[in-house]
Write a protein that binds this ligand. Structure first.
Ligand SMILES: Nc1ncnc2c1ncn2[C@@H]1O[C@H](COP(=O)(O)OP(=O)(O)OP(=O)(O)O)[C@@H](O)[C@H]1O
Length: 242
């Protein structure tokens, strides 16, 4: 097990977003977290990465308790994430965006080291790996939505996280780029990175995942390999409302 939560709970006013979610994601695998709209997936990511504090329950990573820790502590523990609505600096170039990604050593150290030649080469390496090196000098706001998602991922990878949480990597992305994102995730996984992916595109989820966890109303209702999840009646029920 790599990332594990027990009884994770979070309510917003009267709305229960997470209802005692006990989940284990597998180290070294591509894990997916799926479920209907509003089932608590993004809230789960937010609790795990310290963006919001859970009302109850625990988060542990590689056996370490990370419950309620600040986002930079969680990043330093080896967890990186992207956001559903993509976070880049629109008026900075793609290269500057990747260089300004906060490394685990903290912002000041990051800005200082970002000036180094080696860091620029490493940033260019990630842009190349993600197929957007030709956009290194372009402002992020001039990139297409899909390219911005790749740029955000390049920034996350700069911090060399061993586990990467992706919130809807395929959302709004054109089919050609979608294929590339799928291949990239599998390649990065083959190099040893663990992934947890929140995604609505079932073709992508079924084709790249080793392990799938299904949420409904703030808690897991099923988990297993794609072959099992595809035919699980509880999953079909949650999605189709039957
Ligand atoms: N900051 C917030 N304030 C109030 N309610 C919230 C907040 N964040 C989430 N919620 C509510 O919590 C529930 C779970 O939302 P969440 O975004 O975690 O679901 P999701 O599974 O990620 O949905 P989607 O697939 O649509 O992105 C929803 O009812 C949502 O409206």
């Amino acid at each position: 097990m790599t990332l594990e939560t027990t009884g994770l709970s979070k309510a917003f006013g009267g709305v229960t977003a997470l209802d005692g979610a006990s989940v284990s994601f597998h180290q070294g695998e591509v894990n997916a977290l799926i479920g209907p709209n509003g089932s608590g997936k993004t809230t789960y990511f937010n609790c795990v990465t310290g963006m919001i504090k859970p009302d109850g329950g625990t988060v542990s990573y590689q056996g370490r308790d990370l419950t309620g820790k600040a986002p930079h502590r969680i990043a330093r523990a080896g967890i990186g994430r992207t956001f559903q609505l993509c976070r880049t600096f629109p008026r900075m170039t793609a290269l500057e965006n990747v260089l300004s990604a906060v490394p685990p050593t903290g912002l000041i150290g990051g800005l200082r080291s970002a000036r180094g030649r080696a860091e620029i080469e490493r940033a260019m390496g990630w842009l190349t790996r993600l197929g957007i090196e030709h956009l290194a000098g372009s402002e992020a706001r001039d990139l297409s939505w899909g390219q911005q998602k790749l740029l955000e991922l390049a920034g996350v990878l700069m911090a060399e996280p061993e586990t990467v949480l992706l919130d809807e990597p395929a959302g709004g992305v054109n089919p050609a780029l979608l294929d590339r994102i799928g291949v990239l995730i599998r390649e990065l996984n083959a190099e040893g990175r663990t992934f947890v992916i929140v995604e609505h595109n079932m073709d992508l989820v079924m084709s790249i995942s080793d392990h799938i966890v299904v949420f409904d109303r703030g808690r897991p209702i099923a988990e297993g390999p794609p072959s099992q999840i595809r035919t699980d009646e509880r999953v079909l029920g949650a999605y189709l409302g039957v």
